[in-house]
Ligand binder design. Structure first.
Ligand SMILES: [Zn+2]
Length: 395
């Protein structure tokens, strides 16, 4: 692992900086102290014996990927009953490292009691995990999702009324969450789409007002038009899943400050009839929402089970989004737009001077084939080279 305190220069065959600017052939990205110092033409790049050089001239270089909705539950294959906490922690640490090596330099975990521990033990000093934003546990109504018999891989707390909602947010704040997760509808499940609202507008608004007072955003599991309408009216920042929406609610979301994270991977990779039906419904809502001007960010809802193993497969999300959105919009959803949605865009999401050196390299133009995001060959987080399959040793 190269020393991030040193000056490092990456020579990129083609740079997609993620800002929407045209791609740049033969770029020299100079990195110092974990941040991008400058981006210049490689032709003007001076020979500098003191500087590490990483030769990525055969590669496309772009911002590190972001999975804005996932769960590190620390599952092990075939696990039916949750293992003890320390076993799951060790497994979740391996999953976090797999995600980083797959090119995910930032993730948002929307529910796992393990993840705050990983977040707090990783750092930009020799990172072995992505940058993590964590929700810890969720809040929902008494008939809400996630209220499955314990022991479970994570828990939800029931809120009843405005005062209870405010108290629950206060407790989460004191426990150190980065985002408040609520369950505003049922489903998806065997009962069909599962779009029954589970919280009132007043309860959602109370959660949002309290969270915002503490500077915390609110992410809402919400499926179906009525649940999503309540979330928008109540002031939710991000709508998770958000499918099964009529055109009126698509327009309402588009006119609001809320984002939708459509979580396509989790249904697309399952073979059950319910999953196939909901996957089709997700794509249809994405198509109509995109036309209405809804802002999207990429999140997989992967939990690390046999279907949604954490790693390169998380990048399938951008490929699925690209079947409806343009390739540029699908790429932005997994980089710049996700960083904006998570409020970390001053640090990451694009490659510009002053930002963290969170970047990846892929062997082909990702705009021509989004599946190349599942074949990341070089990963840098905050200036640390965590993967280099380019065949070119840095020198
Ligand atoms: Zn989830």
């Amino acid at each position: 692992m190269a020393d991030c305190t040193a000056h490092v220069t990456l020579l990129a065959g083609c740079l997609l900086d993620g800002t929407g600017a045209p791609d740049q052939k033969d770029a020299a990205i100079r990195i110092s102290g974990g941040r991008i110092e400058s981006i210049e033409s490689a032709n003007a790049w001076p020979t500098d014996g003191a500087s590490h050089v990483v030769d990525l001239r055969e590669w496309w270089v772009m911002p590190g990927l972001i999975d804005a909705h996932m769960h590190l539950w620390g599952l092990t294959p075939g696990e039916v009953v949750p293992a003890d906490f320390e076993t799951r922690l060790a497994s979740a640490e391996r999953q976090a490292e797999a995600l980083l090596r797959a090119g995910f330099t930032t993730v948002r975990d929307l529910g796992s009691p393990i993840t705050p521990r990983i977040r707090d033990s990783t750092s930009t000093d020799r990172p072995t995990a992505p940058r993590i934003l964590a929700a810890h546990v969720g809040l929902t109504g008494a008939r809400g999702p996630w209220l499955i018999p314990q022991p479970s891989w994570w828990e939800a707390r029931v809120v009843r009324g405005v005062a209870s909602a405010r108290d629950a947010v206060r407790r989460l704040h004191d426990e150190g969450v980065d985002v408040v997760k609520i369950g505003a509808s049922t489903g998806p499940g065997a009962e069909g789409f599962g779009d029954t609202p589970t919280l009132t507008v007043d309860e959602i608004r109370a959660v949002c007002d309290a969270a915002h007072e503490f500077g915390l955003p609110v992410a809402a599991h919400a499926i179906g038009s009525e649940a999503v309408r309540r979330c928008v009216v109540g002031g939710v920042d991000t709508i998770e899943h958000g499918y099964g929406l009529n055109d009126e609610v698509c327009d309402l979301v588009a006119a609001s400050d809320a984002w939708i994270v459509p979580t396509l991977r989790t249904r697309a990779v399952r073979a059950s009839p319910e999953a196939r039906a909901t996957a089709g419904e997700q794509m249809d809502t994405l198509r109509r929402g995109g036309a209405a001007g809804v802002r999207y960010a990429a999140g997989t809802d992967s939990v690390g089970d046999a279907f949604t193993t954490h790693g390169s497969g998380n990048a399938l999300e951008m490929e699925l989004m690209g079947r409806v959105l343009s390739p540029d919009d699908a790429l932005a959803a997994g980089t710049r737009e996700a960083a904006r949605m998570l409020g970390v865009d001053s640090e990451t999401g694009t490659l510009e001077a002053g930002k963290r050196a969170d970047l990846i390299a892929v062997p082909e133009d990702p705009r021509r084939d989004l599946s190349v995001l599942q074949r990341v060959g070089f990963v840098m987080r905050s200036g640390w080279v965590v993967r280099n399959d380019s065949g070119a040793a840095d020198h």
